[in-house]
Design a protein around this ligand. Sequence first.
Ligand code: PGA
Length: 256
Amino acid sequence: MTDTRRPFVAGNWKMNGLRADGLALATSVAAATPEQADQCDVAICPPATLLATVGERLAEIGGAVALGAQDCAVAVHGAHTGDISAEMLADTGCRYVIVGHSERRVDHGETSALVHDKAQAVLRAGLIPIVCLGETEAERDQGRALAIVGEQLSGSLPNDAGSALVVAYEPVWAIGTGRTPTEDEIAEVHRHIRNEMAGVSGIDPDAIRVLYGGSVKPANATAIAAIENVDGALVGGASLKAEDFGAICQSFAEAV
Ligand code: PGA
């Protein structure tokens, strides 16, 4: 493993949190994760309405928790009502931007081509894209999980990102369901992602972190963190409880 593959745990708050509880959660996450700071990178991705406030709170605390966004637009600025550019996210203090989450691919019809352009926009703004990939349950049942993930990877990953890119494997059927793939299934897909990245020009497949996401919780984090080619986790539901999120970060920090 190279240095650039320090464990990384990101909390995806999705569409949760008003100002008061978002600030309280960010403060407790910062308090729950200090010991992991030198072994594990930690980020939280609140909804867009809370980015500035939470970013300011994290800066005040001065801890190691980074700020991430859940999506961005492709354009830099202009007549795009309701959209937020990667440059605006950078201006708010973000370091990471999730792109291509399955909830956006499904709810907003986002294609891999669009996800690719969004990832490129994130790089253009000097931020790190977290590019999500994952098969549906039907696709897995048809034995097409690797093919689907491979197609999404080659369609979504930008060229020339070096190691300034994070990939998250999130089987759609494991998100928010409490179900997870077996350790062998996770290992198989992560190995496949690592191999397929060799076909994307200008990126360093051995240096890129590949996170697992989908029902990660304190009870399964240690086992998931031990799987080969798993370099961290993208955490939804459990990231809304500082104690659970802190425990997951701890599991990944210990897996080094
Ligand atoms: P979950 O969500 O941890 O609630 O399954 C993960 C995600 O969607 O990123």
